[in-house]
Design a protein around this ligand. Structure first.
Ligand SMILES: [Zn+2]
Length: 332
């Protein structure tokens, strides 16, 4: 094509210019065309983002389509690798990105790199304008041993914290949540994710999960398919079930009265894993459900928004319910 254009320049009105000017015009035109060509080739990766909001504590579903069929897609955001999986649609990859509740507001970059089947590299970046969460504080009155634990339990608390850190830092290969997410109990939200906790008047960490209303003994369902990675009585979270959904995504279900699964067991979405209760640091019976994605603390309700497996028309009502005023008492 460049050859054709260069030839065209030597004819018609341009033919009046001396050969040196003609060479300059040809090379200038060739440079412009190459710039345009490389400009369009610089965006061979198309990124779309689905999210309830781009706020601290939210989760983003990235869909990436590549100009050339890719054999691998990688990326990073917030200093953490992104774990992509191939979808049923040819040339389309997806990944979840967690925006930890402590990510500061402002611009943050996402970098995506894809390798074609013949080895070509394709790259694209995107800037996210992350907003602050601005959740109000929540005030709880709890037994003193849960606010300022005695020396005798410090070692237990430290060991459990280490164990949880190890679990949430592990990224298991393979996505197990293909069937989507659903609420583990039908009860409404009684304490939102992300609130600063004030326990007996003392500031503590933010609420890293969501509290759902549930009377003691309510059947507790796996929110998505996965492998049960922990079944244990933890000092703060009480009787806990942690499910590994794969690719760094975990659900922690806390304060149970009884277990119905064993460690290592594979569960389907909706399968009963135990019964709700009020074990651990609580004011009363409820379900505390937290979600971690590659160690980021994210709002389970945001996960339902992105991966919720609802009938058409249910989404608006479910979101309205989840974001409505909590009512009732805060539960921890
Ligand atoms: Zn809670």
């Amino acid at each position: 094509m460049l050859g054709v254009l260069a030839v065209t320049l030597h004819q018609g009105p341009f033919a009046l210019y001396p050969p040196t000017v003609m060479r300059w015009l040809s090379s200038a035109l060739a440079w412009c065309l190459l710039t345009v060509a490389s400009g369009s080739a610089a965006a061979p990766v198309n990124i779309t983002i689905k999210a309830r909001a781009q706020r601290a504590g939210d989760v983003l579903l990235l869909t990436v389509q590549t100009a050339l069929a890719a054999r691998a897609v990688t990326g990073q955001a917030f200093g953490t690798p992104i774990h992509f999986y191939q979808t049923q649609e040819p040339g389309t990859w997806q990944a979840l990105v967690g925006v930890d509740v402590d990510v500061p507001p402002g611009d943050h970059g996402i970098e995506i790199a894809a390798t074609s089947e013949t080895g070509e590299e394709m790259r694209e970046t995107r800037t996210l304008a992350i907003q602050a969460r601005n959740s109000p504080a929540r005030h709880l009155t709890l037994p003193e041993k849960y606010v300022n634990p005695p020396e005798s339990v410090q070692e237990r608390i430290r060991a459990e914290s280490e164990q949880l850190k190890t679990i949430f830092s592990t990224v298991s290969a393979g996505r197990l949540w293909e069937g989507g997410f659903a609420r583990p109990v039908p009860g409404r939200v009684i304490s939102d994710f992300g609130k600063q906790s004030i326990l007996n008047g003392q500031p503590r960490s933010v609420h890293s999960g969501v509290d759902l209303r549930a009377a003691s003994g309510t059947p507790l369902k796996a929110p998505a398919a996965g492998r049960v990675i922990l079944v244990k009585d933890l000092y703060f979270a009480g009787n806990s079930v942690i499910i590994d959904h794969g690719l760094g995504l975990y659900s922690h279900l806390a304060h149970l009265s009884r277990f119905r699964v064993k460690e290592g067991q594979l569960v389907e979405r909706g399968e009963i894993v135990g019964y709700t209760g009020q074990s651990g640091r609580v004011q009363g019976p409820h379900l505390h459900w937290s979600v971690r994605l590659c160690n980021s603390r994210i709002d389970p309700i945001a996960v339902l928004w992105v991966l919720g497996n609802r009938e058409p028309g249910q989404k608006r009502r479910a979101v309205a319910r989840a974001s409505g005023s909590a009512g009732g008492s805060e539960r921890e």
